[in-house]
Design a protein. Structure first.
Length: 626
């Protein structure tokens, strides 16, 4: 009976009334990649705009193959440019995870890769140091790991960026994996657990001059668990970045760990026990989001077997609400599921954070814990009341691959969230052409409203990692955190996306910058992306006269047309500003109601510009080169 009712319930639900599904399009848009790793570890991915053209590009770690960098062509397709970008050497060692961040605050994103082993000329394996590739600003990257002090080597899986000491420069926390393990047996010799110890984690403090100092020991951040996911996140809303770690084999060894940042002191305090976050499980991935809209961040941790949803109580403690919320993801046909990457995001713009989980089998010893070889990914729809509904099949998530990392972005700038799932090349036998999955969001009918926010720090780190964005609309408040990497070995887009359903007006947006406190922005147009710069208020905005101004085309690469619909108008001035607030074009005392601006002769760099016309609200214009 329930199976017959489900489609009807989905179609009549107020949250799903505007049908929206995903289509897997990886190969058709130019992505042909699978993470190659005999150990079935890693499989990282990251969305970031490496060339500053306004479109999110995609990085996929290669494992035993080289890494792939896919440049977004701006038309819904990608071109692989890894070798041309200087990343060919990633094929000479094993890479697991990837995060991106502007370590030198020069305006472009750099790459940090977690690594495992290489093989010397005699066939001997040895650990390889993690890699820091610095963006040269011309489409290429240079490996500056050694000169930057990134020289430690072990089995690293996940990492996260965060300005933990609030000096304006991004630091790096690295989760390291298994050093040694062994069986735990009962008196009859049956396997009942796994003894495991991980390598101590790394904490690299940015010295502000292109170098880093490894400071895990002095900061109380070594943690000897087998880390598979780490997240820099402000769990207690005190405007400094704390650290949450998901540890494998935590049932018998070091469980998940939460470290509170003691800023301005440079040390951290382990608050895992008093906060109730010390869950012992096969910790694999972490999703961060305020799913119940109480303005405190909650955490979802994936596992081999039942996953865990930790609801933030707002007083430094958490409650486990997995079963009550309906997001257990524990088994398939009595065999255990294996969760990896996960993320909260609003897939249908109905204003509630949904949850995606990437599943992929890890074989376990016989007679211990049986895992399912065909473990489909899961999509949980937020019902708006603290519970979720499994809509995996409805949304087209039935692929049975071995999935690990995942990340999301609005890659085609159409106002909804798309996402990628990194697939291990050891696919199930029925899949002869393994490849990572790219799920494109296909809206039908009238889409719900939305708003997007991109931040640029000036006193804070340029990427504004650690910032909290609060969107006030229709008596509700939506919280988003700009993160430097989580999920499993992966990183989501830094552009914050807020679905608004039928809300037609945003009252204000408050940004809690890591270093300078709160800043309020008004006059927010919906259904577009806004770029906010720390310390620069959107003072260009004034009262907009509805439906009396057209600006087109947007995006543009040649000409910009401005058309006024007022019956009578006084002469007006036109100005165009770049993201730094510098005026790049001005035309005074325009008297015609239709004006054309030629952009080709202005030598503009691709990016977002703000168009200001007297008595109208400023409009963001996306300019891209031809």
């Amino acid at each position: 009976m329930n199976r017959l009712l489900l489609p009807l319930l989905l179609l009549t639900s107020p949250y799903l009334s505007k049908a929206q599904v995903y289509t897997e399009v990886a190969q058709s848009i130019g992505i042909s990649h699978a993470h190659k790793d005999l150990n079935r570890m890693g499989g990282g991915c990251a969305f970031f705009d490496y060339n500053n053209d306004g479109y999110e590009d995609l990085y996929l770690s290669g494992g035993n193959d080289r890494d792939y960098l896919y440049q977004n062509n701006g038309n819904g397709t990608f071109t692989e440019v890894g070798i041309a970008a200087g990343l060919a050497t990633t094929g000479t060692y094993q890479t697991f995870g990837v995060i991106t961040g502007d370590i030198d605050n020069d305006g472009d994103r750099d790459l940090f890769l977690t690594t495992f082993m290489d093989t010397d000329s005699l066939g001997n394996d040895y650990f390889v140091n993690n890699k820091l590739f610095v963006n040269q600003g011309n489409g290429t990257f240079v490996d500056e790991s050694t000169s930057a002090g990134i020289t430690d080597s072990t089995m690293s899986i996940s990492a996260t960026f965060g300005d933990f000491n609030k000096d304006g420069f991004l630091d790096i926390y690295v989760g390291n994996y298994l050093d040694h393990d062994g069986p735990i047996q009962d008196s009859l010799g049956n396997l009942i657990g796994i003894m495991a110890q991980g390598f101590a984690n790394y904490y690299y403090v940015n010295n502000g001059n292109g170098t880093f100092t490894q400071s895990a020991n002095s900061s109380n951040l070594m943690n000897m668990g087998c880390a598979l996911a780490v997240a820099a996140t402000d769990y207690d809303n005190d405007s400094d970045a704390d650290i949450y770690i998901a540890n494998d084999f935590g049932e018998w060894n070091v469980p998940n760990s939460l470290y509170e940042n003691n800023y301005p002191n440079t040390s951290f305090t382990d608050v895992s026990v008093p906060s109730n976050t010390n869950i012992g499980l096969f910790g694999m991935g972490i999703a961060v989001g305020d799913y119940n809209e109480d303005l405190y961040l909650d955490y979802y941790v994936t596992n081999l077997g039942p996953n865990v949803l930790l609801q933030n109580n707002g007083n430094g403690t958490f409650s486990e609400t997995t079963t009550a919320a309906g997001v257990v993801n524990g088994s398939v046909d009595t065999l255990l599921s294996t969760g990896w990457g996960a993320a909260f995001f609003d897939y249908n713009n109905d204003s509630y954070l949904d949850l995606f989980v990437a599943n992929g089998q890890i074989p376990m010893p016989a007679n211990f814990r049986a895992t399912h070889p065909e473990d489909p990914n899961k999509f949980y729809h937020n019902n708006g009341d603290g519970t979720f509904t499994d809509t995996s099949d409805y949304l087209g998530m039935s692929s049975r691959t071995i999935a690990h990392g995942m990340a999301y972005a609005d890659y085609d700038n159409d106002g909804d969230i798309d996402f990628v799932v990194a697939v291990i090349d050891r696919a199930i036998p029925s899949d002869s052409t393994p490849h990572s999955l790219f799920y494109q969001n296909d809206a039908t009918g009238n889409a719900y409203n939305w708003v997007q926010v991109k931040l640029q720090g000036t006193v804070s780190n340029r990427d504004a990692f650690g910032a909290h964005v609060l969107v006030y609309a229709a008596g509700r408040t939506f919280l988003r955190e700009v993160g430097g990497g989580s999920s499993h070995a992966s990183q989501n887009s830094s552009v914050q996306h807020i679905g608004l359903q039928n809300i037609s007006q945003v009252d204000s947006i408050v940004v809690k910058w890591p270093n300078t406190g709160s800043q309020t922005f008004h006059n927010i147009n919906i259904n577009q992306r806004h770029t906010f710069i720390e310390g620069q208020f959107n003072s260009l905005s004034s009262l907009e006269i509805e439906n009396q101004l057209d600006v087109y085309p947007n995006p543009t690469s040649q000409e910009l047309h401005i058309k006024l619909h007022q019956k009578e108008s006084k002469p007006f001035d036109i100005r165009l500003y770049d993201v730094l607030g510098r005026m790049v074009y001005e035309q005074k005392s325009c008297s015609q109601k239709k004006v054309t601006i030629s952009l080709e002769g202005l030598n503009l760099s691709p990016g977002i510009y703000s168009l200001k016309i007297d008595q109208f609200k400023a409009k963001n214009i996306l300019f891209r080169s031809r």
